[in-house]
Write a protein that binds this ligand. Structure first.
Ligand SMILES: [Zn+2]
Length: 124
């Protein structure tokens, strides 16, 4: 994974002081692993120019990465997106079950009547 320094806007060095390289999936500013791709452009030399954004500290950077590093980042990002969608689906189901339980309880307690389903009319 090679990262060449073509940073357009950078407040902090892309490589930590230890000299260890970090991938595009890690924010060089706050070390968050939630970095999102904004743009990607293949270069003549085989590298990929990635524009990245950190949703936590709002750091933006544009840097050239090797094709392998960009592909690995794309796979990591896609896997995280799939995990987020699965979590969203689970939460939506759980919320729906909770609403259904409340509705059944309200029906059993005779708290819901025909007026609750009447269209709302604005007072003139
Ligand atoms: Zn950050």
């Amino acid at each position: 994974m090679s990262q060449q320094s073509q940073s357009v806007q950078q407040d902090a060095p892309a490589v930590p002081a230890t000299g260890a390289e970090i991938g595009p999936e890690i924010c060089p500013q706050c070390y968050s692993d939630l970095v999102q791709p904004m743009d990607a452009c293949a270069q003549q030399d085989g590298s990929v120019l990635l524009t990245l954004r950190c949703p936590e500290c709002h750091h933006r950077t544009t840097a050239a990465y090797s094709w392998e590093a960009a592909r690995k980042f794309g796979r990591t990002f896609a896997a995280a997106k799939a995990q987020l969608r699965a979590t969203h689906a689970d939460l939506a189901k759980e919320n729906f079950r909770d609403e259904l339980d409340c509705f059944v309880l309200a029906l059993a307690s005779d708290l819901i009547g025909p007026d609750d389903f009447a269209p709302y009319r604005y007072a003139a």
